[in-house]
Design a protein around this ligand. Structure first.
Ligand code: SAM
Length: 222
């Protein structure tokens, strides 16, 4: 099973459990520590209507939270079942007019240069294989405005479920996941970004990195 199929099935299962057994919609209101840090320290100064991109949005709790703050958001995921949950959650939150959902592989996205003020990746990058990193990071540099924010949450080494000694990735049920050390995060961001905040969080046996970074370079004046 591919990682895409595995997520497609996973989100379908969430939906059916909630709809059939709990008689309610599946809505995830739990936003990442990285986005909470962004909201509390860096939101000021971004004008209403700024453009955000949510990579691997899943049920879109982050896209919805950004839309509620006034952002216009493009939320991307390649699992149609995730987008079904996402659309229903956005409708219920009353932010459908501010979020556009796209069913696509994030590595195949193409945009005009530097259009986003904020790009969030919550738990998607750690599924991107190393051979695809070049495309991922080149795209980030292309799509994010200079001075724009990159908000990342990704697996860290050291959680109970990551007892990896000899290698830093796992392949389970078709899902490739990579676990990062602190120095990996700095190495990945080096050159293009300044790391503004980096926190480690232990959560139910997992360890996660939460990072807010800013793309280097001054914003060209209009
Ligand atoms: C762990 S979930 C995270 C969902 C959500 N961002 C959150 O924080 O709860 C990862 C999501 O990324 C999506 N995904 C993984 N790789 C992707 C890719 N290459 N292109 C588009 N979506 C991808 C999966 O379908 C899944 O919905």
């Amino acid at each position: 099973m591919s990682i895409k199929d595995s997520y497609e099935k996973g989100w379908e299962t969430y939906e059916s459990i909630h709809r059939l057994h709990l008689k309610q919609d599946f809505i995830n209101k739990d936003i990442s520590l990285s986005l909470r840090l962004f909201f509390s320290h860096f939101l000021k100064g971004l004008i209403k209507g700024s453009l955000a991109l949510d990579l691997g949005c899943g049920p879109a709790q982050h896209a919805i939270a950004l839309a509620k703050k006034g952002f216009r958001v493009l939320a991307v995921d390649y699992a149609p079942s995730a987008l079904k949950l996402a659309r229903s959650a956005a409708r219920q939150a009353g932010v459908m007019h501010r979020v556009v959902f796209v069913c696509k592989d994030i590595l195949e996205l193409r945009f005009e240069k530097e259009i986003f003020d904020v790009i969030i990746d919550s738990m998607c990058f750690h599924h991107v294989r190393k051979k695809d990193w070049k495309v991922y990071w080149e795209n980030l540099g292309c799509f994010l405005k200079r001075g724009g924010y990159y908000i990342l949450s990704a697996f860290s080494r050291g959680g109970k479920y990551c007892k990896i000694r000899e290698r830093c990735w796992t392949l389970r049920y078709g899902q490739y996941s990579r676990f990062f050390a602190k120095k990996d995060i700095f190495r990945l961001l080096k050159g293009q970004f300044d790391v503004l905040v980096l926190r480690k969080e232990y959560r139910g046996g997992w360890a996660l990195w939460h990072c807010v970074a800013r793309r280097r370079g001054t914003v060209p004046s209009a």
